[in-house]
Design a protein around this ligand. Structure first.
Ligand SMILES: NC(=O)c1ccc[n+]([C@@H]2O[C@H](COP(=O)([O-])OP(=O)(O)OC[C@H]3O[C@@H](n4cnc5c(N)ncnc54)[C@H](O)[C@@H]3O)[C@@H](O)[C@H]2O)c1
Length: 317
């Protein structure tokens, strides 16, 4: 599969490097960025073409699939344009920052019949796959609860150096939507459909940002299970992310795999196989929408002080 990468910032560069290292089944053809010098430098380093912008990259007939790694609030317009150009798309998390934008992606996916994958590489870690097999095999018995705790430290320079971070309109939230979304997606994958959320949040250790650096909440699932959620960038120096699921016959905790790149590679293998075999990817837009809906319900609860329902069911499933 011949890939293009849109967005050559900190994680887009990781994507480009990983694609270039995937072996014979994938090839990095071109990269693009709103800052053309950034694309040119990455292209020179990895030996691919630099397109002047996202539209030019999507016009290339030698690109089959596009990785979208731009700021959150630009995901929908970038993904929809790539789909309309006939490309398959692997988009970074979160799917978008509101459900209307997420639904524009899903509508374009259905209209074009292309494959859309949503990054959630932790699902591909061996410990996560083993936990999922134990849960779906019924080994834990009746599911009663769980935890998704993302306890990190980011200095003020993390927000100051990248203007879209900390912006309500572009990042769409803070610690939860940007970092905690990984653990929350794993939790939802293991516990099933979330039905309601409660949370409190604050900006406790940073300045000049419009988003939370700390959120603590809980989610109730259709099964009745109740799980705790923490997401913070205000806990120096950070602690390992903790994802756990509890049942009345067993419980499981998923240790973080130190080799994150192996999991990203595994998600690429799943995505390319999905395109080749004409099947949905393991993490598609329905999953991306579900975790986004849960994030937004936690935010609304933190804002209003009320328990907030997570929308009943995706209109697309
Ligand atoms: N999966 C993970 O573990 C992981 C880790 C880090 C970041 N991310 C995600 O990756 C995405 C990018 O984050 P980042 O940290 O690389 O941000 P970044 O700011 O370092 O990079 C974003 C890049 O996108 C470019 N850009 C902006 N608008 C564009 C447009 N319209 N067309 C082309 N390029 C455009 C910017 O110039 C910048 O170079 C986000 O969705 C983020 O949440 C995921």
């Amino acid at each position: 599969m011949r890939f293009g990468v849109i967005g050559c910032g900190s994680y887009g560069s990781v994507h480009a490097e990983l694609i270039a290292s995937l072996g014979p089944r994938a090839r990095l053809v071109a990269v693009a960025d709103a800052v053309p010098e950034r694309a040119a430098a990455l292209a020179a380093r990895l030996g691919c073409a630099a397109s002047p912008d996202a539209a030019a990259l999507c016009d290339r007939p030698d690109v089959d699939a596009v990785t979208v790694s731009v700021p959150h609030g630009l995901h929908a317009e970038t993904v929809v344009a790539a789909l309309e150009a006939g490309k398959h798309v692997l988009v970074e998390k979160p799917l978008e920052i509101d459900l209307a934008a997420a639904d524009r992606i899903i509508a374009a996916e259905r209209r074009t019949g292309r494959v859309v994958g949503v990054m959630s590489q932790r699902r591909f870690e061996p410990a996560a796959l083993a936990a999922r097999a134990r849960v779906s095999g019924g080994e834990l018995g009746r599911l009663t609860g769980g935890a998704a705790h993302t306890v990190a430290w980011r200095g003020q320079d993390y927000y100051d150096a990248t203007p879209w971070r900390g912006s309500a309109k572009v990042e769409g939230g803070g610690a939860l939507i940007t970092l905690g979304v990984h653990a929350l997606d794993l939790l939802i994958w293991l516990l099933g459909r979330p039905v309601e959320a409660q949370a409190q949040s604050g900006c406790l250790a940073h300045e000049r940002i419009e988003v939370e650096d700390t959120l603590v909440g809980s989610v109730r699932f259709a099964s009745g299970a109740i799980a705790g959620v923490t997401a913070t960038t205000a806990a120096c120096p950070g602690l390992p992310t903790r994802v756990a699921v509890y049942g009345d016959r067993g419980s499981v905790e998923i240790p973080v795999d130190p080799d994150e790149r192996a999991a990203v590679r595994a998600q690429y293998r799943d995505f390319t196989a999905a395109v080749t075999d004409g099947r949905p990817p393991l993490v598609g837009t329905a999953a991306g929408r579900r975790v986004l809906a849960t994030v937004l319900a936690l935010y609304e609860s933190a804002r209003t002080g009320r328990t907030v329902p997570v929308p009943e069911e995706d209109p697309w499933t």
